[in-house]
Design a protein around this ligand. Structure first.
Ligand code: IMP
Ligand code: MG
Length: 175
């Protein structure tokens, strides 16, 4: 594995991200909705850096099997009522953009007063949609990355750093 962002680089980026969110919403009430499961670490770190009245919910979106894309499934059953509320979606990575675009569309159907999104990572040159997240902590090259919440087959989410999987790592999962 090749480390792309170490623990302290991640923390610096997340602090800047939280500062931009704080500057945008000030002391106004906010509902943060984490896109599970990849945003779990970013969600936990970000909410502890914010001081406005805050509610937290989750929505589940899953589209990957290993490193291959499957059908997108969205489960909003665990989401709190967001009608007339300012909502900030948090996700791990903006790759093609289809996931976040679809989740934002679903959120809009619940009539929030506003909807924005924040992501830890944006993969360079991969986007296939018009939508762009409002807050982005890091731009990264087009590599499959794990750690800090991001997984390969639900593994590696617990790594405190962000690493790119190499061919030798992927080979271990094939047998
Ligand atoms: P998109 O719909 O292509 O933007 O894909 C977004 C989702 O795919 C993210 O929320 C991640 O869960 C997953 N994903 C995309 N790229 C990676 C990666 O490099 N590592 C782990 N998960 C990824
Ligand atoms: Mg995800």
């Amino acid at each position: 594995m090749k480390i792309l962002l170490n623990e302290s680089e991640l923390q610096t980026g997340v602090e800047k991200l939280a500062q931009q969110i704080a500057d945008t919403y000030r002391e106004n009430p906010l509902t943060i909705v984490g896109v599970m499961t990849g945003s779990v670490v970013l969600l936990a770190d970000t909410i502890r850096k914010l001081s406005m009245p805050l509610r937290v919910g989750v929505v589940q979106a899953a589209s990957y099997e290993g490193d291959r894309r499957g059908d997108l499934k969205i489960n909003a059953e665990l989401m709190p009522d967001i009608s007339k509320r300012a909502v900030l979606l948090i996700d791990d990575i903006f790759d093609t953009g289809h996931t976040l675009e679809k989740v934002v569309g679903l959120m809009k159907s619940f009539s929030p007063s506003s909807i924005r999104s924040a992501v830890l990572l944006k993969k360079t040159g991969r986007q296939e949609v018009q939508y762009t997240p409002d807050f982005i902590a890091f731009d990264i090259p087009d590599e499959f990355v794990v750690g800090y919440g991001l997984d390969f087959n639900d593994e590696y989410r617990n790594l405190p750093y962000l690493a790119a999987l190499e061919e030798s790592d992927l080979a271990k999962h094939r047998n």
